[in-house]
Design a protein around this ligand. Structure first.
Ligand code: IFM
Length: 445
């Protein structure tokens, strides 16, 4: 595979336990393509991509990485990295086109082949039910703002468990509920493109309720895999030591992190955030908070950068002088150690898993190779940060690099490349980058 690279550090995979979970991650809409074949229904992202100016390069997920048609090749690619696990999501509208009613056997057949292919290659199956591609038919009835979507989600979860449960190492209900709720329903920059804070907070609540309902019913149905949820989390610092900035940082942490963590682990919403929301607070039915707080086998953490909050100017960009990625996100590995330690200290987490970590850079293909030294260094330093957290006693048992390959980066389209493997979208040729080779050698060491 590719060019020579050195393991420029004393970081060794043998510093982690032999049963540590090492993986790469993807999601259905970002890689599958094949949007109009074999009975797949429309998702909210298919529809959102058609809105003028919604996607930076005007693209969509119709073809993406054509993973649906290149499954075996991609499975070999994953195995060639030397990882022991793969994290992916099921496209709900591919297996249940309307989000309720009939199942689509062709869709389930695809995921059956994917899961069989992983098992045959000795790879653990880490499956996400909802990585944002809600069936559009449910959105037409209000989507996650409509409580009945929770019931439909539970039926979908039980069906996936019935078919594939015994092969799965873990099941995640939702990936990054804050992103779906706030970017999708308050800021309108992600599907379904709504701009209403009250709706967003109701959506966040229903995502949490549906998570709890699914865990409760999956356990009653005898599910044996690890059950969890994945949150996007970052340490949030005040931009200055002014009282206003300190309070704003606390509120932002409340809106982005504690709004999800407190109900999941402590069965209540944070009072400061409730007070701040006022009339925008969601309708919470009796028993909802107990439903949400089902015991979690693991909490998934997606970490990319740290954030700063400023009371005066919400768009105030704090410049630390550190390197930033192509997303404009500061490279700050210490933040991952800090975040994992904070979660361990503030919440009764049984197990933490780094379910996404990675970086977009402007990669250049030269003589058939991508020398992405900065991504290699990003991954190495964040794995080191994970190791530090473990040394400090934090129970982290998994690390998944985002992403296996370049893919559809939502509102950024195909302009941002997060892959360890380069994808030439004109030919669909996959070329492992230097970072992929580094990861492979690191795992071998
Ligand atoms: O590509 C996304 C992924 O779908 C969810 N977490 C963040 C990634 C990078 O933006």
């Amino acid at each position: 595979m590719l060019m020579q690279t050195r393991n420029q550090s004393n970081l060794l995979s043998k510093d982690f336990p032999t049963d540590f979970i090492w993986g790469v991650a993807t999601s259905s809409f970002q890689i599958e393509g094949a949007a109009q074949v074999d009975g797949r229904g429309l998702s909210v992202w298919d529809v959102f991509c058609k809105q003028p100016h919604a996607i930076a390069d005007g693209s969509n997920g119709d073809v993406a990485c054509d993973h649906y048609n290149r499954l075996d090749q991609d499975l070999d690619l994953i195995a060639s990295l030397g990882v022991n696990a793969y994290r992916f999501s099921i496209s709900w509208p591919r297996v249940q086109p309307l989000g309720q009613g009939g199942w689509n056997e062709a869709g389930f057949d695809f995921y059956g082949r994917l899961i069989d292919g992983l098992i045959a290659r000795g790879l653990q199956v880490h499956l996400t039910l909802n990585h944002w591609d809600l069936p559009q038919a449910l959105q037409d009835q209000g989507g996650w703002a409509n409580r009945s979507t929770c019931e439909h989600f539970v039926r979908y979860a039980l069906e996936v468990n019935r078919r594939f449960g015994k092969h799965m190492t873990s099941l995640c209900t939702h990936n990054e509920p804050w992103v779906m709720a706030v970017l999708g329903h308050e800021l309108g920059v992600f599907a379904p493109g709504l701009k209403d804070r009250k709706t967003a907070m109701q959506v966040a609540h229903h995502l949490l309720v549906s998570h709890g309902m699914a865990l409760r019913d999956l356990r009653s149905a005898g599910a044996t895999m690890d059950l969890g949820i994945v949150l996007n989390l970052s340490p949030i610092y005040p931009a200055s030591d002014s009282q206003g900035d300190i309070e704003k940082a606390k509120l932002d942490d409340g809106l982005i992190a504690r709004w999800y963590l407190d109900p999941l682990f402590k069965a209540h919403y944070p009072s400061d955030v409730l007070e701040h929301l006022g009339n925008d607070a969601p309708v919470v039915l009796e028993g909802d908070l107990d439903t949400i707080a089902q015991p979690l086998d693991y909490l998934g953490v997606n970490y990319y950068t740290r954030n700063f909050s400023s009371a005066g100017n919400p768009w105030d960009v704090h410049s630390s002088g550190n390197e930033v990625t192509d997303m404009g996100w500061e490279v700050y590995p210490q933040g991952l150690t800090e975040l994992l330690c904070r979660l361990h200290q503030d919440y009764p987490v049984k197990r933490l898993r780094v379910t996404e970590n990675g970086a977009a850079f402007k990669d250049e293909m030269v003589d058939g190779m991508v020398d992405d030294e900065r991504r290699e260094s990003y991954l190495r330093e964040h794995i080191r940060a994970t190791s530090r957290a473990r040394a400090l006693g934090v129970p982290v048992d998994a690390y998944f690099a985002w992403s296996l390959m370049d893919n559809f980066e939502w509102a950024s389209g195909y302009e941002k490349r997060f892959g360890l493997v380069h994808v030439d979208y004109a030919t669909q040729k996959r070329t492992p980058k230097r970072s992929a080779l580094w990861y492979q050698q690191f795992l071998k060491a």
